[in-house]
Design a binder for this molecule. Structure first.
Ligand SMILES: [Zn+2]
Length: 104
């Protein structure tokens, strides 16, 4: 499965505009979301495929941040975030979590 196509489909399902998915070194956590600290606008998601053994989990986590920023202008890991993450994770759990995405 192509990760870009999968991400786009998730965005369509949640009525959210996709932001660029980038790949490279991230360090701690293995994935991050870049956003505008003033407007809270999500800008891009960066994934370190060498550090994440579960890329789907990393993508769901950052996608949950994206939705949380749009909805609440909130970038933390509190209740609002966890609710969205659980919803996304539950909704997409049919996907084999250890499945290796095609990253191109
Ligand atoms: Zn996070």
């Amino acid at each position: 499965m192509n990760i870009h196509g999968f991400y786009k489909t998730m965005c369509q399902n949640e009525h959210v505009s996709p932001i660029p998915l980038k790949f490279g070194n991230v360090g701690k956590g293995g994935a991050c979301l870049i956003y505008n600290a003033k407007t809270f606008e999500p800008l891009s998601i960066k994934i370190d495929k060498n550090r994440l053994d579960d890329i789907a989990y990393g993508l769901y986590h950052e996608f949950a941040h994206q939705i949380c920023l749009i909805k609440y202008k909130y970038a933390g890991h509190g209740v609002k975030f966890r609710k969205i993450f659980n919803y996304i994770n539950e909704k997409n759990k049919i996907i084999d979590r250890k499945q290796v995405f095609t990253i191109k």
